[in-house]
Design a protein around this ligand. Structure first.
Ligand SMILES: [Fe+2]
Length: 146
């Protein structure tokens, strides 16, 4: 079970697409750094900084995946999966934005709440959604950029 404990990298997270896997490693590291920082103390400032940089990197990462989807015709060839995948990205971004609005209004979250949400979301999304995208790309002629 994934919790708010540090999240060790696990090769079962590999999608086979190097660009995506490298970004997932960055995300795992980012969550672990956030976890360590919040273990020292949870302040509004720390939560704001953590969620700001996380959101910004997550959006960049989703953009990478979604342009690969576009490039390889995922939405045409597997419409339901592509829509579900993009929907998960949107939902994650909206949840982080809502959390940041809460911070703005003085509603802090605990380290446990934040990290169990982030860790669980990331692992479930990688294992059930990104790996399907990886398989699709590999079986549709994915080639590494030069
Ligand atoms: Fe994804």
């Amino acid at each position: 079970m994934i919790s708010h404990e540090p999240l060790p990298w696990n090769d079962s997270y590999l999608t086979g697409i190097e660009r995506i896997d490298d970004q997932h490693r960055v995300l795992v590291n980012t969550l672990n750094e956030a976890n360590a920082r919040l273990a020292v103390g949870v302040t509004r400032e720390a939560l704001e900084q953590i969620t700001r940089s996380l959101l910004s990197y997550a959006l960049y990462h989703f953009e990478t995946e979604e342009s690969l989807m576009q490039q390889y015709g995922y939405a045409k060839l597997d419409t339901a999966d592509a829509e579900k995948h993009r929907g998960e990205h949107r939902s994650f971004s909206q949840q982080v934005v809502a959390l940041r609005e809460g911070l703005h209004n003085g509603n802090l979250v605990t380290r446990e709440e934040l990290l169990s949400f982030l860790n669980n979301w990331l692992v479930n999304h990688i294992l059930h959604t990104d790996k399907r995208l990886g398989q699709f790309l590999l079986s549709h002629g994915y080639s590494r950029p030069g």
